[in-house]
Design a binder for this molecule. Structure first.
Ligand SMILES: [Fe+2]
Length: 221
């Protein structure tokens, strides 16, 4: 399977892209199919969130508690809340802990980009010093525990997003050589998915096991 570079890419010789920090996607399972590799870099990084939880429990249990408290996340205007036209705080952002457990099943939902964006709004509660320190510990621990995966053309990566952070190292494309990174992403909701903690319906809408959920609800204008 292959896909030809676009006309715009053919007129450029090369391009550089920054890395992606560890995060989860809003789906039960993330699939990535590698079509083409970059000329350089673009390595997939994966870290187990239960392992990160256990490492922080051992090192700094006080910071672990902070990760179970609400962190406000921006909606980036990308999803509907059913209250379009409203200027309430909850129409632009929502509170959600980074870690949660229900019925013995762990989940983490995390993207620093969405937390940082929410912090720029005047009416969003500011992160506490403990919450900021907990994020630093989370990122450092993910980096310590992660492993790298180099996807080759034809490789398909499937990860459980409730228990895995994923990221990517910086990469460079060389269009003249036909080495421009192309991966196809798939978001899957699973019939055997886990129950999610009370309160997570603000993001997932359905938190019961075995129900379809995730994705981005479109804004209706
Ligand atoms: Fe992602």
């Amino acid at each position: 399977m292959s896909a030809a570079p676009t006309a715009r890419q053919r007129t450029r010789r090369a391009a550089r892209y920054g890395g992606l920090r560890f995060h989860t996607d809003r789906t039960d399972v993330v699939g990535l199919l590698c079509v083409r590799q970059a000329a350089k870099g673009g390595v997939s990084t994966l870290a187990s969130t239960p392992a990160i939880h256990n490492a922080i429990l051992a090192k700094r249990p006080d910071l672990l508690d902070a990760l179970f408290t609400d962190y406000w996340r921006s909606r980036f205007g990308e999803e509907g809340t059913g209250k379009e036209g409203s200027s309430t705080t909850r129409s632009t952002a929502y509170p959600l802990p980074i870690f949660g457990v229900r019925d013995g099943k762990f989940t983490s939902h995390y993207s620093l980009t969405f937390i940082e964006a929410a912090q720029m709004a005047a009416d969003i509660p500011k992160l506490t010093p403990a919450q900021k320190e907990a994020i630093d510990m989370l990122m450092a621990t993910a980096q310590e525990l992660c492993f790298e995966m180099t996807l080759e053309p034809g490789d398909l990566q499937l990860i459980n997003s409730h228990v895995t952070y994923h990221g990517r190292t910086p990469f460079e494309d060389d269009f003249a050589a036909g080495q421009s990174r192309l991966l196809l992403r798939l978001w899957l909701t699973m019939a055997n998915n886990r129950p999610l903690p009370r309160g997570h319906e603000i993001l997932w809408r359905s938190i019961e096991a075995g129900q379809p959920r995730g994705g981005i609800q479109q804004v209706t204008l």
